[in-house]
Ligand binder design. Structure first.
Ligand code: HEM
Length: 155
């Protein structure tokens, strides 16, 4: 029975997958990936990058780049409907799991855990904000760190 449901999740629930994708675009849990060290001097956009420079890739900012996303601040899962963009590291405008040699090796496990848990929670409960709060009034402020967290109202 569980197997059947997992197969369904794999082939169906396309909108749920787009919701997870859009969430990881706007709120990547590791916003600055893992730092790199430059192995040889190079020049990027007129900037000289000396050998051994520590290079930080800002996946959070890349996911909000208006050159690649229209209305980048808007939570709009439909942008991924029928899109070929995936998180396997070949679309550099979407890198919540990083890219190239140090790309996250746990992509499949991470995604299936988020998708499966979310699917079950949505299937078994009816969700709504408490006490008449509107969805658009929810505070989605983040707190930067090695991992990105929701900012608690007390700090
Ligand atoms: C939604 C869940 C997850 C997200 C968003 C995520 C994200 C990331 C990111 C952004 C990196 C850095 C990649 C880079 O710098 O290019 C990373 C590295 C890594 N992740 Fe994940 N990850 C997730 C789940 C997992 C899981 C489930 C595992 C293991 C079971 C895992 C294991 C690792 C390891 C070992 C690295 C270091 C790879 C290396 O440096 O060579 N991750 N992850």
């Amino acid at each position: 029975m569980l197997g059947v449901e997992i197969v369904d999740l794999h082939n169906e629930l396309k909108y749920l997958k787009s919701v997870v994708k859009e969430t990881l675009r706007l709120h990547p849990p590791a916003p600055l990936l893992i730092p790199r060290e430059c192995r040889e001097a190079c020049e990027i956009n007129g900037y000289h990058i000396p050998v051994k420079s520590k290079v930080t890739v800002n996946a959070w900012a890349i996911g909000r780049d208006p050159n690649y996303y229209c209305e980048p601040e808007r939570f709009y899962p439909e942008r991924f409907t029928d899109s070929t963009i995936d998180c396997k590291g070949s679309n550099f405008e979407y890198i919540p799991f990083g890219a190239e040699r140090r790309i996250c090796p746990g992509i499949k496990l991470g995604l299936i855990n988020v998708e499966l848990a979310l699917a079950y929670l949505l299937y078994h409960f009816d969700w709504e904000p408490p006490n008449g709060v509107k969805c658009e009034d929810l505070n989605m402020t983040e707190q930067f760190g090695v991992t990105l967290e929701e900012k608690m109202s007390s700090n």
